[in-house]
Design a binder for this molecule. Structure first.
Ligand SMILES: NC(=O)c1ccc[n+]([C@@H]2O[C@H](COP(=O)([O-])OP(=O)(O)OC[C@H]3O[C@@H](n4cnc5c(N)ncnc54)[C@H](OP(=O)(O)O)[C@@H]3O)[C@@H](O)[C@H]2O)c1
Length: 209
């Protein structure tokens, strides 16, 4: 195992790189942080729960990873702005990697969604991805080598039952990923999306109604 990690490190390193991963105290975001940190990146995370952040930071410190964290509900425009100010301050105005991972799902028949459900899902998933990318743009550009990875979903490409609004939020992310990639290539910022299938996490459990 140690040999495999050493080999990975020789082929690919993120040493000297900085990253922000939203929604990283469990699930896919947590795994992304470990992967980035294992390759040498310095990482900042957020979630809505300070106790969970503290627990993760202690765990990562014991593994020798360089990770900081702060509370941010990505639903809130104001909290996103605060998060990016914190990141700018910690990383001296530069950021190499933004992982827009935090998301929520409310599983219902399409006839049952309320206006509030739709706003919550679209703001948490789509608007936060778009706005956080806007906020990060000057930091990514200043780094000279920026990358955004939007965590989309297979549900944004294919139809599954009871997740129509979540699916729409991910479909919107897929499209805007292409627009931002086109517009920001000139700033040396790559923008990509990953669309995972089913991964056994709390979010997936919430889909199973
Ligand atoms: N699991 C799957 O099968 C699957 C499939 C395709 C795509 N995805 C995508 O993968 C990403 C991660 O999902 P996951 O399955 O790993 O979910 P998860 O296990 O529920 O983890 C979500 C993480 O995001 C945080 N979070 C949730 N809402 C937040 C908010 N409003 N503001 C800030 N942080 C928030 C959670 O912490 P707190 O709740 O404490 O804030 C937690 O750290 C999402 O974009 C999801 O759509 C998942």
């Amino acid at each position: 195992m140690a040999e495999a990690i050493l080999l990975k490190d020789k082929r690919w390193s993120l040493s000297g790189m900085t990253a922000l991963v939203t929604g990283a105290t469990r699930g896919i975001g947590h795994a992304i942080v470990e992967e980035l940190a294992e390759f040498g990146a310095v990482v900042h995370i957020c979630s809505r729960n300070q106790a969970d952040i503290d627990r993760c930071l202690t765990e990562w410190k014991s593994k020798g990873f360089s990770v900081t964290g702060s509370v941010c509900d990505v639903l809130s425009r104001h909290q996103r702005e605060n998060l990016m100010e914190t990141v700018s301050s910690i990383f001296h105005g530069k950021l190499n990697i933004l992982i827009n991972n935090a998301a929520t799902v409310i599983a219902k028949e399409s006839t049952d969604y309320t206006a509030e459900d739709v706003s919550t899902i679209m703001q948490t998933n789509f608007e936060s991805t778009y706005h956080s990318s806007q906020l990060a743009h000057p930091l990514l550009k200043a780094s000279g080598y920026g990358a955004i990875v939007n965590i989309s979903s297979l549900a944004g490409l294919k139809a599954f039952p009871n997740v129509s609004v979540y699916a729409a939020s991910k479909g919107a992310i897929n499209q805007v990923t292409k627009n931002l990639a086109l517009e920001w290539a000139k700033d040396n910022i790559r923008v990509n999306a990953i669309a995972p299938g089913a991964v056994m996490t709390l979010l997936l459990e919430a889909c199973m109604v």
